[in-house]
Design a protein around this ligand. Structure first.
Ligand code: NI
Ligand code: MN
Length: 227
C-alpha cells in the first residue's frame, strides 16, 4: 500500500514500506496550505528536485525537527549541510542510490536551480523511485523533454508527479505527453494554482487528460490518497 498526502504546490509525502518520503517542502510560505502544521511533519527522507525557494522553503526546519535524511543534487545537499542539516546524501544526474525504502535515480529536468540566497543549486533534476511494490516518478519543475522517454524505457512507472501549471514548467498538454513518454496513465498534478502565474482551469485540464486516456489526480491540500 502506498499513501500519498498533498501539502500544496509541489509538496507531497509518499509513504512506502513504512518509510515516508517528503518531496519539495514549500508549506509555511503558501497561504493555501496555512492549515498544515509543518512541525508535525516528520518524514524519514526529504527529496529536493532543485534549489528554488518554492521547493526548499521548509526543508531545513523539517530536517532539523525530524530524523530525516535530505537527498538532492550535490550543490543543494551541501548547501543544507552548511546550514547544519546533519543527515544528507548528495547525488547528481544519472546516478542511483539504494536507501532502505528503495532505489532512487536522480534524472534530468529542463529548468533552472538557483538557491534562495543566490548560491548555485546545480542543475535541476527529478527522481525515479523503485520500491518493493512498484516504481514512480517525481518530475520536479521541468519542461517536456525527450529524456523522459529514457525513463519509460528503463522503468515501469506506476504513476508520475508532473507539473501542470504552465509558464515556469510544462502545462497540461505537455504533461500528458510526458506521462506517455514515461509510460503511465496516472498523473498527480504539481506546481499549479499556488501563484497567479500558474493558475489553471482545473476542469479543462481534467477533461484534456481524460480525452488523452490519462487520469489526472488533483488532491485537496491535506488530503491523503491510498493506492
Ligand atoms: Ni523552479
Ligand atoms: Mn517551482
Amino acid at each position: 500500500m502506498i499513501e500519498i498526502t498533498y501539502y500544496g504546490h509541489s509538496t507531497y509525502l509518499v509513504k512506502i514500506n513504512n518509510k515516508s518520503i517528503l518531496f519539495d517542502p514549500f508549506i509555511s510560505p503558501n497561504p493555501k496550505a496555512s492549515q498544515i502544521k509543518v512541525e508535525d511533519i516528520k518524514p524519514d527522507y526529504i527529496l529536493i528536485s532543485h534549489g528554488h525557494e518554492d521547493h526548499v522553503a521548509d526543508a531545513e526546519s523539517i530536517a532539523k525537527g525530524s530524523d530525516a535524511m535530505l537527498v538532492s543534487n550535490y550543490e543543494i545537499a551541501v548547501w543544507f549541510a552548511e546550514k547544519g542539516v546533519e543527515k544528507y546524501h548528495p547525488m547528481n544526474h544519472g546516478g542511483s542510490k539504494t536507501f532502505d525504502f528503495g532505489k532512487v535515480k536522480y534524472v534530468n529536468a529542463v529548468h533552472s536551480s538557483t538557491l534562495p540566497d543566490g548560491s548555485s543549486g546545480g542543475a535541476a533534476g527529478g527522481f525515479v523511485i523503485e520500491h518493493a511494490n512498484g516504481c514512480f516518478y517525481f518530475a520536479g519543475d521541468t519542461a517536456l523533454t525527450y529524456d523522459m522517454k529514457l525513463i519509460g524505457e528503463e522503468f515501469k512507472i506506476d504513476f508520475a508527479f508532473l507539473p501542470i501549471g504552465d509558464n515556469f514548467t510544462m502545462g497540461i498538454k505537455d504533461a500528458i505527453k510526458a506521462a506517455s513518454f514515461v509510460g503511465t496513465k496516472k498523473i498527480f498534478g504539481i506546481h499549479y494554482d499556488t501563484f497567479p502565474y500558474i493558475e489553471i482551469d482545473i476542469e479543462q485540464a481534467k477533461k484534456e487528460a481524460a480525452e488523452a486516456g490519462k487520469e489526472l489526480i488533483l488532491l485537496n491540500i491535506g488530503e491523503t490518497f491510498t493506492l
